[in-house]
Each structure stands twice: as structure tokens, then as C-alpha cells.
Design a protein around this ligand. Sequence first.
Ligand SMILES: Nc1ncnc2c1ncn2[C@@H]1O[C@H](COP(=O)(O)OP(=O)(O)OP(=O)(O)O)[C@@H](O)[C@H]1O
Ligand SMILES: [Mg+2]
Length: 408
Amino acid sequence: MGVGQDITLYREQERRLRQAQTMESVGQLTGGIAHDFNNILTVISANLELAVLGVDNAEEVPAIKELLSDATSAATDGAYLTSQLLSFASLQSFKLDSFNLQTLVSGIIRKASATFPSGIKCSVSIESDDITVMVDRVRLESSILNLLTNASAAIEKRGRISVLCQTKQFRKSEEAADHGVPVGEYIVISVSDDGCGISESLLDQIKDPFFTTKGVGEGTGLGLSMVDSFATKLGGGLRIQSTVGLGTIATILIPLVRSQAGTPVEKTNAQQRTSVPREAKTVLVVEDEARIRKITVRYLVAGGFRCIEAGGAAQALEILAAEAEGIDILFSDIRMPGDMTGRDLAAEVARLYPRIKTGLTTGYDQATRSPEMTGTDADTANIPVLRKPYSRKDLIELLAELGRSEPA
Ligand SMILES: Nc1ncnc2c1ncn2[C@@H]1O[C@H](COP(=O)(O)OP(=O)(O)OP(=O)(O)O)[C@@H](O)[C@H]1O
Ligand SMILES: [Mg+2]
């Protein structure tokens, strides 16, 4: 009896400990992603700010285009991070795609250097061949961004940051051990700065989660721990060499996975797809968040659709009651204030106006098969759901598909 109780108690303690550990890792992970997300937002806002500054000058148009496209691609990275946060399970896996190493590294440095104070000069040297590698682009870019942010913070007013990107083959185990990695071929990216440096007594701690020497609100101490865990999980590592007063060299090593020769770099599906001519269809766009509605309508109009807007399900039904004949497609957000969700609206529209095709959208994760995503009743279970944030291409493709499909 006594033994039985002991075991129960022990199991309960073990369960609590495990739960606490899980919570801690969820906390670290969430904090880490929030941290990277902030970096991404900084890139977006700095690039947008610069674009706004140049907007009155016609000569600046090519530069503005580049700033805007950098902001857009940073936003895409942000969307990828939130999708990871939402589908916790997918965190174990890396999203590998083929990229040209040179384009990738120089791209992130260009985006990031827009955020540096003007006294900081940044140079890049890429010594690898023009190779295509398989890599988790967003995580590699976040890692480089973290190192660049640290380097910039270490520089008081004026200074220099240099980035060196190479591929290296460690054939001998001593050589590999020197870098703290197994024998093999690696992408080696080092970020050097001539900032304050790190004292020897702190070098052991700087990769620990939440270790920071920065003031409250200035740093979370998660940057290096994110970089280290990413590189280490892949079988590489993060090495920091530093001398107080002289500067720091932070080096990421990632095992090199070459992509098959001839693989297209940064494949764009849009280029492969030939556009299908279509007569203009009218879409009823139902979305309570005005800025998202505005963007959606802009995308659709640019894609050759006509649009009518509604701020909620009730307004959408009023519009339909008045002019349902003129509307071909309903595109609605799922979660909206009010009694009716987008799914309820879709069911009602299917009942009242079976000719109208419906697409739904939500910011919640598709991987978690919640009733909201899958639908509970047979009426709305087959309606396609577009996850937010969606790209113009995904939106147009979905609605073009709906516009082509035969009425039920
Ligand atoms: N290049 C560098 N030069 C000098 N010190 C550095 C450098 N990189 C990191 N450090 C030191 O390591 C600590 C931990 O870095 P880490 O990136 O993990 O967090 P952080 O930069 O403090 O916070 P956050 O990344 O959230 O902004 C920093 O607070 C700083 O003291
Ligand atoms: Mg940092």
C-alpha cells in the first residue's frame, strides 16, 4: 500500500516535472520566435521608411522598388515564422529548399544593413563558388540577422562589420574538431565586428537562453541560443571568438547539402503558370479588418475581378439580398465579430444562393484540424480555406479556380 502510494506520488512528480520542462521549452521557443519576429519587423519598417523618404523623387524609383521588395520578402519570412509558432509540431522539421548561396547571403545582408546606424560600414565577401544549396532559408537568414544585430549593437558609434561566406571541407578529424563539428563539408559564415568584444568570463554563457548584458527592453538574450540550436541541430555549430576592446568573430557552420545540378534557383511557380484568360467575375469580399479588406480588394482588382466589400456577415447578407444576381463568388474571413462566422455565412449562402461559389480565409493554422478549419457540417466542409497572410498569387489562383468551377 505504502509502496503503491510512493509510486503514485513519484509518477505525479515526474509528470509535473515533464510538464514544467515542456512549458519551459514552449516558452523559450515562443520567446525565440518573437525575438526573430521583432528583427524581421525592424527590417520591414526600416525599408518602408526609406522608401517613403524617396517617394517624391522620380530618380529613386528603382531604389524604392528594391526597398519595397526587401520589405515584402521580410514579411514573407515573418509569415513563415508565425506558421511555425502555430503548428508546434512542424518545429521539429526543417523546411529545405534550393537556393543560390550567394544570392541568399547577400540578400539578407542588404536587407539588414538598412537598419544599421549610419556610422557602421558593412562589407561582404563571398568566397564560395556559385552554388545552389539545400537549406532552411528563413532560419539561416534569421541566424545571420541575429549575428549582424549583435555586431551592430557591440559598436559604439563608428565601426565596421564584415561578413565572410565560404564553403569548407574538413577532411581530418582534428581540423573538424578545431571548429567543434564532425568531418564534412560546411557552409561557413562569419560575422566580424570591431566593437566592444566579450570578456573571457562571459564567453561560456553568451549562448545560454536569456543571457544578455543588454538593458531591460533592449535584448532578450535569445538571439545566440536560437542560432546555436539551429546550427547544432543540423550537425554544425556556432563559434564565438572575441577579444575585449578589439572585436568579435561569430561563425556559423552548417553542413553543406548541394542541390542537384541544374535545379532552378528560387523557383517561382508564378513564372511556370500561364495565365488563363477569364471574363471578369464579381467577388463579395467579407472581412472585418479594414486594412486586410483593402489589400484583398486591391489584389483582386489587379487580378481582373470586380469587388463588393462587406465588413461582416450581416452586411454581406444585406448586399446579397439586394444584388445576389451580380455576385459570382463569396470570399469571407472565418472569424468575425457578431453572431455569424464566415462558415455560418457560407452555409447560409449555399442554401439561399447555390449558384455562388465560396472561398474562406483565416489566420488560424491549417495544420491544427480544428472544426473551424475543417467545418463541422457537410455543407461547408469542402469549402477551400486560404490561410492568412496570403500572397496575391494564392488569392488570385483560388478565386480563378472558383470562378472556373461549374455551379453546384
Ligand atoms: N558581437 C558581439 N560583440 C559583443 N558582445 C556580444 C556580441 N554578440 C553577443 N554578445 C554578447 O552576448 C550576449 C547574448 O547575445 P544574444 O544575441 O544571445 O542576446 P542579446 O543580443 O543580448 O539579446 P537579443 O538577441 O534578444 O537582442 C549579448 O548580450 C552580448 O553581451
Ligand atoms: Mg542578439
